[in-house]
Design a protein around this ligand. Sequence first.
Ligand SMILES: O=C(O)CCC(=O)C(=O)O
Ligand SMILES: [Fe+2]
Length: 427
Amino acid sequence: MQSTLSFAADGRLLLKRKRPPADADNEGDEARKSVRPQPQQPAAVEADSSIAQGDLVDLTDQPSSDDDTGDRPAAAAAAAAVNRERPAAGSVSLMSRLRAAGSSSSADITVTVSPQDGSKERKAAAAATKRTIRASELPSVAPATLMQNVFSKQECDSLLRVLMGESTRWQQSSWWVFKKKHTTPRLSAYYLLNQDSHSSAAAEDAPHTQEHAPTDIEGLRNALPPLADLQPLRQKIEDLVHGHRSTHPHLYGRLPVDRTPDGQKEWHASYVLCNLYRDGQDCVGAHSDHLTSLGPRPLIVSLSFGATRRFRLVSRTEPKTTVTMMLKHGDVLFMWPPAQEDWTHEVPRMQSLAPHPTSRSQRISLTFRSHRHECFQQAPLCHCGNKSIMKATHQGKNRGRYFYSCSPIGEKKPCGFFQWTEWRFDQ
Ligand SMILES: O=C(O)CCC(=O)C(=O)O
Ligand SMILES: [Fe+2]
């Protein structure tokens, strides 16, 4: 029996099981006949349908066994409880059924949502409203979808081994602030997915200095050539994205998201930004990804391999919402628009990690992205003569608009350049 995954109109995952053609019954294969579905079995099963009631686990009172970055004790306590992987009631039989079908489920992923605010009273109120949701409910609180079992364990294990070998070529990025060199606490590399993306990245001749290169362009110029092992992943991810697009046209409709660099209508990943977190001390701080080269309302799909790490999404708008989840070997996280505009994401430090059998304390993430050549080209030069950076406005009367500005890194002062773009992210 074949299984396929797709997205329902409300963002949840649907597992569709395709029965074998009727004439397969005539092949005389007794073993196969014995495992065929009975006629009363549904052809389409919502991934979490059998755990619809009674399995919400409130983690508010769970003690913390992992001190996280120390800045969010409540979230750390909740995520530590997640670490213990208490299975949701009723989820086991569903999970085994789905695994047997070679397909995917989000049934045993726990997501903690905790609205936060500065004041003591608001924090107390937030703690009271903290709740745990199933991964299938994630799209109702954040523009994201978390999927498990998209790839088989063998595929994930063998890819992890390939990537660990590759990662000997990956590097820390560095920058200078007041004569002090800073380096990213992780190793990274860019891989092109096709030669088109190479020529479009190479064509980006925007001037920049050491202080003005905070886009993916520098990485793309130094990108490693396509890696054959990434192609099947790309194909699968694109299929899932196109399925989502057909049920969520409003996410893609009015902005130039459908004009990809190669002029095609569909979303195509053109490169992968890979990260290696060597141990729990490696991390990436709260950030959103560079819009200048990704364009408005971009989509980022991230795949996790090796050690389980905490991943956190925090809304930029009030009431602040924090979504904390544990990303495991083989998990696929889709950050849909407007996640890069309205939310930050981070992989915080963790004091203790459960070692992965192959990679021990190491986690590798692959983030599939689409480079938007024409968007990058549209960004004007600032008064310093460097490429301006595109950002989104989160509050006030201009909320929802994008603008270009001079955004140097390090000690250099911005030149004051400012220009609105023609796009909005809230339409
Ligand atoms: O490792 C991850 O899951 C996230 C990495 C990330 O945010 C980035 O590379 O921009
Ligand atoms: Fe990111």
